[in-house]
Design a protein around this ligand. Structure first.
Ligand code: GLP
Length: 243
């Protein structure tokens, strides 16, 4: 496990984009596991800048996103399909057919989630998984609970997550109550994991993840058992570790 501390979110974005760029330069047809939320936005911006500068080519890259809300229109401004279009896919030369986001509108979500896991395995597994972290320690939408769930699955969102994500919607009532999330299995099988966290509201989750018990009550804590994980934190997210 490596932990790097930065002063700004922009620096974290540069660092994460540098690691992703190194992966893509070594293996242009890499399988990237991608995340949504505010944490990865500076990373995506730095990747877009490298692409526009002629440094990075995404034409062979394949991506699988972590999660999507259930029952949200993919064009909705708060859907993760739309987030990825706006914040990365439309601004680099990744092929639309090479991008994947879980289907929150599938008639049979369990079958669709199983097919999503199979598609990742058939593609060769994730080379590099980018993660944010929820205030309650969730990764993807794997919420605190009694177990680590291996496969892609439907999740009922916790009240804490609904409240945290209300800032993206008009009101709390508009936040979907369920999501489809990659399970802990595909995340842990990724060959490299990068987790980004900024701000004091992530400090307790980071403390639990890095020095607390490995427990499904903090889903990110399992990352400590991953052989190749890098935490990119700002000083606020690191504040309870340093103490
Ligand atoms: C959502 C996503 C997570 C993300 C988390 C933190 O719940 N499902 O993948 O890591 O939010 O988001 P933010 O980076 O905006 O704090």
């Amino acid at each position: 496990m490596q932990i790097h501390i930065y002063k700004t979110a922009a620096q974290i974005g540069q660092a994460a984009a540098t690691l992703i760029a190194a992966q893509l330069l070594r293996k242009p047809d890499s399988i990237l596991g991608l995340a949504t939320g505010s944490s990865p936005i500076p990373t995506y911006q730095a990747l877009i800048d490298m692409h526009k500068a002629g440094v990075l080519d995404f034409s062979k890259t394949i991506s699988f996103n972590l999660d999507e809300y259930v029952g949200i229109d993919p064009e909705h401004v708060c859907s993760y399909h739309r987030f990825m279009q706006d914040n990365l896919f439309s601004q680099v030369n990744i092929k639309p057919e090479n991008t994947h986001v879980p289907d929150g509108n599938a008639a049979d979500i369990a079958a669709s989630a199983k097919a999503y896991d199979e598609a990742i395995v058939n593609a060769g597994g994730i080379d590099l998984q980018l993660l944010g972290i929820g205030r309650n320690g969730h990764i993807g939408f794997n919420e605190p609970g009694e177990q680590f769930i291996y496969g892609c699955h439907e999740v009922e969102l916790s009240q804490s997550t609904i409240e945290a994500n209300t800032r993206f919607f008009d009101s709390e009532a508009d936040v979907p109550r369920a999501a489809v999330s990659l399970g802990i299995g595909a995340i842990m099988e990724a060959r490299q994991v990068l987790l980004i966290a900024t701000g004091t509201d992530k400090a307790e989750a980071i403390r639990q993840a890095i020095v607390g018990d490995v427990s499904p009550l903090c889903q990110a804590s399992i990352l400590r058992t991953h052989p190749n994980v890098v935490f990119l934190l700002d000083e606020s997210a690191d504040s309870l570790l340093t103490k």
